[in-house]
Structure formats: C-alpha cells, structure tokens
Design a protein around this ligand. Structure first.
Ligand SMILES: [Zn+2]
Length: 443
C-alpha cells in the first residue's frame, strides 16, 4: 500500500509546481480536525461484564438513538467459548498441602491467589477478590497473605461448600451468535479477561492465560477488529497487568500511556478543563446512585471544550449486574446526549482511540494547481488496525458553493461552509491512500 501511495502521489506531484505547503487561511490550506466530522468532543458508551440486560434492554434503547457502544465481555462465561476459567500450574492438591506447613509470603502468594478460585469452591473466589484487592493497593501485603492463609485453612478443613453442578444454568447468558449479530451492526466487543480476576494477584502464567485466551476466543468468534480494546478488571493500574495487557491489545480502558493524552480514570477528581494536553480521556462511572444532574453536567463540560473524550462506564441494567441503572434513566440520559450531537462525536472506544492516534501521527500537505486542490494525508502507523478515515478541513475559494472530493475511486459532493469570512469544506480521507483532489462543481 505504501508503494502504491508513493507512486500515485509522485505521479500527480510531477505535474505541479511543488510549493512548501500553504499558509493558514490560504485557499487549499488543510488541517485534520481535532475530532471526527469537526465535532467539539467525543463520547464513548462502554459497558462492563456482559450482564444480560445490557443486550436485552440497553441495546434496543441505543438503537433508537443510533448510538454505537463498546462491551467489555468476560469470555469464559459465554457458552461455547473454548477457554474457561482454570488454574495454570502444578497440581492444586500439592499447593493445598503446602499451605498446611508454609505460611503465605511474597514468594508463594501469586500462585496461591491464582489457584484459590479454581479449587471448586465458589466461596473461595471471594477470597481471591478480597486478597487481590489488598495486594493491588500495595500497602498491606501481610493482610493479603493472611486472607490467603485463611482461605486455604478453610479448604483443608472442608469448610467451603463445593460448587453446585447446575449453578450456571439459572443465569441467563448472551451467546456468541447474538454477539456476532451485534458486531455486524457496528457494536464493538472487547476483552474483560476470561474470568474477571484481580490480575495483580495472578502469577505470570495465569495472567497471560486470562488476557491471551480471552483474546483468542474473541478473535475466533468475532474477528480481528474486536481484539483492539481491553479493560483489566477493577480498572487496575498494576504495572505488570497493564504491561501484559498492552502487549496483547492496542488500547486498555484502564490505562492509556500516550504522551498527548491526560488519562483521568473513574476515581480521578481532576477537573478535565485544566488539562494542558492535546486530549483528555475522561472516564466517568455511572453507578446506581450517581445523580442524573451530575451525569448531564459531564456532557455539558465536554460540549463547552474542544479536547475532552468522555468515556462513560456502565455496568448493570434493570436489576441485572453490578450497580444497575434503569431503562428510563438510560433513555433520559441518552436523549440528553443526542440533543447535543451537533457538537459531540459518539463513537466506539476503538474508533476514538484510532482517531486521536492517527491524527497525532499524521502529516497533511496540500497544493493548489489552478482550480484543483491536492491534499496528501499520511501517517507513520504501520499497524493495519489503524484504518479509520480522518476528517480534513480545507479552505476553498469564497466563490465556490459545492466541491467534488476524490480519493482514488471514491467521489463525494460536499457543500462549502461560509462562516466568519472563511470558506471551507469538511470531508473524510483515508491516511496513506491516494492523494485527495478537490475541485469546484460548476452550478
Ligand atoms: Zn468488570
């Protein structure tokens, strides 16, 4: 593709007197707008854990508004997945026996915390979660070790009830077939690991299993496009978990290291308006008791700025899942966002990530030859995932009313905007493809 681009570009450039680009305000001068379609901000609706009413209730509501969304799914839960929760390591009875004589310490904690949830006792999973939380906080490791000792003592003493064989049957689950249908309609799916563990408390083999096997099932069922994004459970910032996740996925919702982004997570109280960076990724969680007025104020804040990406995090819907919201609340909130859509780009988590990375890594050059404006857009991203068209804004002559925009085989008529003494067109172009040609359409 790069070679083809070069040949085409040089063939066209050969006909022109090459200028050193055009200055601001000149006819032909072109910029990549900060957000898609020249909007003022971006909004991504994200849902965690794949609880059933996200699909049964929230999806039909979003359909009525034409909103896309991103679902972070726990793949081991889905019927027909190849990979389910399991412990990767030595036989667990050897680990259990060892706990009788060796107290938990820094050398054996990760193995024990990795295994405890897979011994066949649902109540033991709670110990994994609690000890993992304490460990992840990184302050009181002894407390985490104590919890592990307590859990294994209960295992050895037979104090946990074994899993009920049919326990899973009563819980309604989404199927891969349904997810495929939703993916085909533009919804994004993303990984939330195989079993939703505390990744910081897993040893390397189990950490890799949770991230890699979840990706594998998503790849096999939904395709490469849906292997772009991940959310490490509990939004962990644990460096080992984050690094392992970013080796396997292009972006993590829990951590974005890009230097041009201020990454404010759900618990960060910083006012996004004070950021000096090119972009702010502002995550806000909607819990059951989060006031609607507060949620609406997030939308007002971003609509009044030009650099904020609001990443909304939802969990349960209509009583199913953690911290649920009701269908009426979702309708009211989405209607509020819809009313500001002229300023907001509502897009999937991966599309916004792609847009800002492609834009920050792109160069745009434009040339004028009589009535034709030629625009070259290229970025230095070699990863084929980055395939999103970018919005360009090109100044045109004030006498022009409509232009024809060509890029390769694609042709589009675009109306000229005349505003504040400027005349320009907004259109989309694919980076690293053919040069864009803009010509006035004769009335
Ligand atoms: Zn979760």
């Amino acid at each position: 593709m790069a070679n083809k681009w070069c040949l085409r570009a040089f063939a066209i450039l050969g006909l022109l007197v090459l200028s050193a680009g055009l200055a601001a305000g000149q006819v032909g001068q072109t910029q990549i707008t900060k957000w898609q379609y020249g909007k003022s901000a971006a909004v991504s609706l994200t849902y965690d854990d794949g609880s059933i009413n996200q699909f049964r209730v929230a999806v039909p509501i979003m359909d009525t508004f034409g909103f896309p969304a991103t679902f972070f799914i726990i793949t081991g839960d889905i019927p027909g997945s190849r990979y389910h929760g399991t412990f990767i390591g030595r036989p667990t009875n050897a680990i259990v026996q060892e706990t009788a004589n060796t107290p938990t310490n820094k050398d054996n904690f990760l193995e024990r915390a990795s295994a405890i949830g897979f011994l066949g006792y649902p109540e033991a999973i709670d110990y994994h979660t609690r000890a993992g939380e304490v460990f992840d906080e990184g302050k009181d490791f002894d407390k985490a070790y104590q919890l592990m000792d307590e859990a294994y003592a209960k295992v050895r003493q037979g104090m946990f009830k074994p899993a009920h064989i049919n326990a899973a049957v009563h819980r309604e689950r989404i199927t891969w077939e349904e997810l495929i249908a939703l993916a085909n309609r533009g919804y994004e799916f993303a990984s939330h690991t195989v079993t939703h563990p505390r990744l910081a408390a897993l040893d390397d083999a189990n950490l890799v299993y949770e991230l890699e096997k979840s990706r594998q099932d998503i790849l096999d069922r939904l395709g490469f496009k849906h292997t772009f994004s991940v959310e490490c459970p509990y939004g962990t910032e644990n460096p080992r978990a984050v690094q392992s996740a970013l080796q396997r996925y292009k972006v993590a919702r829990n951590h974005m290291p890009d230097p041009f982004v201020d990454d404010l997570d759900r618990w960060n109280a910083m006012d996004p308006a004070v950021s000096k960076k090119e972009y702010v990724r502002w995550q806000r969680g909607s819990l059951t008791k989060t006031p609607m007025t507060l949620m609406k104020s997030w939308v007002d804040t971003i609509a009044s700025r030009d650099n904020i990406w609001l990443v909304l995090v939802f969990h349960g819907v209509n009583g199913k899942g953690w911290e649920p919201r009701t269908d009426d609340e979702l309708k009211e909130y989405f209607a509020y966002i819809k009313a500001k859509e002229d300023r907001l780009w509502i897009a999937t988590f991966q599309d916004v990530t792609k847009y800002i990375r492609e834009r920050m890594r792109s160069e745009v050059r434009s040339y004028k030859d009589g009535e034709t404006i030629l625009v070259l857009l290229r970025d230095d991203l070699t990863d084929p995932s980055y395939d999103l068209p970018l919005t360009l804004k090109t100044n045109v002559a004030s006498a022009w009313q409509t232009v024809e925009v060509h890029q390769g085989e694609r042709v589009k008529h675009v109306e000229v905007v005349h505003q504040n003494g400027q005349s320009y067109v907004l259109y989309q172009a694919i980076p690293n493809a053919e040069a864009v040609m803009i010509r006035p359409v004769q009335p």
